[in-house]
Design a protein around this ligand. Structure first.
Ligand code: ZN
Length: 286
């Protein structure tokens, strides 16, 4: 079984065949089983059991999230005044049910994109939601703009049975996690993994392997989890990016994942793909 990160999974039937048919979307708005997502503090609202909150449809919400067993699920586009980072929503994320997380990720990531694309990148005029909220169209030049997803590589580098993990300045005290960085234009996943590890930790790697991926709606990323074999273990840490980076033994990683008091670091939370990668590594990922 491949690892199963939080936010990854099936979610709703996205019903792409309905998006370009405004009259059918209008009929879905009037469907008695239709619901629209409730938003709170800039994120989809979650009840005390970790389930997403839904309400009756009001008017014509612009985003058709998809179908749930045939029942339409819509979303509005809340204003972007609330902070949108995983830290800002920490309590919400710690409560969120894993089976609801893919819908949460789709709704929030799409809303983030809409908030930032009110104007046409071709001519500078205003754009409007189109295709059930899965694109925006320019009212002046007619250009159609599609939601963007930004690929990020996040990787475990291994040398002689030890794993390289690092600390970013904004991490809570004691936390170490996998190094990560955005894929640049004209770059493969493998090249991005090798470049980021060289830039941030000064190591050369080979045998880069894809492990699993995760949508990450803060604001629009796709986290691409990978493993790489480090050729040496001497580090040159980029202190602009990292507070620290070091090698941890298998026993140390296991102690951290088990939450032992003597563990040398705090692992990332269950919502982070880095946690999934660490869990998979101690289970024998090579
Ligand atoms: Zn335009």
């Amino acid at each position: 079984m491949p690892p199963d990160p939080f936010f990854a999974g099936e979610g709703l039937d996205r019903a792409d065949h309905l998006r370009a048919k405004p009259e059918q979307i209008g009929a879905l708005h009037r469907d008695p089983d239709a619901r629209q997502l409730v938003w709170e503090n800039g994120a989809p609202a979650v009840d005390e059991w970790g389930r997403l909150r839904w309400q009756d449809v009001e008017g014509a919400p612009p985003v058709l999230l998809g179908l749930n067993g045939g029942a339409p699920r819509f979303s509005t586009l809340p204003d972007g005044s609330a902070p949108n980072t995983a830290y800002a929503h920490f309590q919400l994320l710690s409560l969120l049910d894993a089976t609801e997380a893919p819908i949460f990720a789709a709704a929030l990531s799409l809303a983030n994109w809409h908030r930032r694309h009110g104007f046409c990148s071709v001519c500078g005029q205003m754009t409007e939601p189109n295709r059930g909220g899965w694109s925006r169209i320019c009212s002046s030049c007619g250009s159609e703009h599609y939601p963007r997803v930004d690929p990020v590589v996040i990787m475990l580098a291994e040398h002689d049975g030890q794993l390289l993990l690092g600390r970013q300045p904004q991490y809570p005290p004691g936390r170490y996690s996998a190094l990560a960085g955005f894929v640049e234009p004209g770059e493969s996943i493998e090249a991005a993994v090798a470049r980021e590890l060289k830039e941030e930790a000064g190591i050369d790697v080979r045998n880069v392997r894809y492990i699993c991926s995760q949508p990450w709606p803060f604001p629009n990323s796709l986290m691409i989890g990978a493993w790489a074999e480090a050729i040496g273990d001497s580090l040159i840490i980029d202190t602009n990016e990292l507070d620290d980076a070091r090698w941890f033994s298998r026993e140390e990683v296991i102690a951290a994942l088990q939450g032992e008091a003597t563990a040398p670091f705090q692992p990332p939370p269950r919502t982070a793909i880095a946690r999934t990668l660490l869990d998979a590594w101690v289970d024998g990922l090579k």
